[in-house]
Design a protein around this ligand. Structure first.
Ligand code: HH2
Length: 277
């Protein structure tokens, strides 16, 4: 497989000679694992700084929970949560800042404020989202989801889960590139319309997503499949997350989206030592 070309994010360049970590900052009252912890501006900014110190290569800022069963919030509400934090962080941290949203209006405002990357859990299926990414010249993450957060966990069925997701993502990469988005990052969307078995297959066969020729991002952190395997609640899934990070790195992840950056950095370092040995 040809080496991936570096991805430019504003003044930053992501290179793929080790596993990169995207640190999660949820400025929400209701995210599945950390809802309410970072709604306060000062606490959110402090946590972001800590993640950078701990080794985050990218920060991903979200203002709307997409946990199973969640309801959408208004654009104004979402912007009110994320925009002040993004404005503050782009001026002071030394890593790219990504906006995690499925609303083109939110993406546009945050990119105008200086965010460097767009993360769309709806896979760039809204034409306007592709246009926003192209207009700002930023890389865009296209994530696969079956259904919507409200209904996605109601008996998701696939033939070959990996093949179906690759086909979907291939279409989104083509559409985004045709509209002028230079760099698309693909994400199979762990937990978004998938059973535990589907998520395990995705991690096991992650290398197959490299056939798309794009960087592969994956987000296993603290998710239910880890709870289902270990029988543990969300606040006791760190060790399971570390195992998933090591497996993802070994199986070809380029970027892993995580909450516990310090611990995941250490796990990824060891996995990378083996991966690149
Ligand atoms: N997972 C979540 C949110 N955004 N983006 C990408 N690209 N990939 C993911 O796997 C992914 C994502 C869900 O996790 P979290 O943000 O912690 O929870 P919530 O949606 O409840 O805020």
């Amino acid at each position: 497989m040809a080496a991936l070309k570096p991805v430019r994010c504003g003044g930053y360049t992501l290179t793929f000679d080790r596993t990169l970590l995207m640190g999660v900052l949820n400025v929400t009252p209701d995210s599945f694992s950390d809802g309410g912890r970072f709604l306060d501006f000062d606490i959110a900014v402090e946590h972001a700084r800590e993640m950078v110190e701990d080794g985050a290569d990218i920060l991903d800022i979200g203002g709307e929970s997409t946990r199973p069963g969640s309801e959408s919030v208004s654009e104004a509400e979402e912007l009110g949560r994320v925009l002040p934090v993004i404005e503050k962080l782009v001026g002071e941290v030394n890593v790219p800042v990504s906006i995690d949203t499925c609303k083109p209006g939110v993406a546009d405002e945050c990119l105008k404020a200086g965010a460097h990357m767009l993360n769309d859990i709806t896979g760039l299926t809204d034409r306007r989202m592709i246009e926003v990414a192209a207009e700002h010249g930023v890389p865009a993450v296209a994530m696969h989801m079956k259904g919507t957060p409200k209904n996605m966990q109601q008996n998701p069925v696939y033939g070959d889960v990996v093949a179906e997701i690759i086909e979907f993502l291939g279409g989104r990469v083509g559409a985004a590139r045709d509209a002028g988005v230079e760099d698309v990052i693909v994400d199979p969307g762990i937990g978004f319309g998938k059973t535990t078995e589907h998520n395990l297959q995705i991690l096991k066969r992650l290398g197959e997503f490299r056939s798309l020729g794009c960087p592969v991002l994956v987000g296993p952190s603290r998710k239910s499949f880890i709870g289902n395997v270990t029988g543990l609640p969300v606040d006791e899934r760190l060790e399971g997350t570390l195992a998933a990070v090591a497996v993802a790195a070994m199986n070809g992840a380029d970027i892993i989206r995580v909450h516990d950056v310090r611990e995941c950095r250490r796990a990824a370092q060891v996995a990378d030592a083996v991966r690149y040995a």
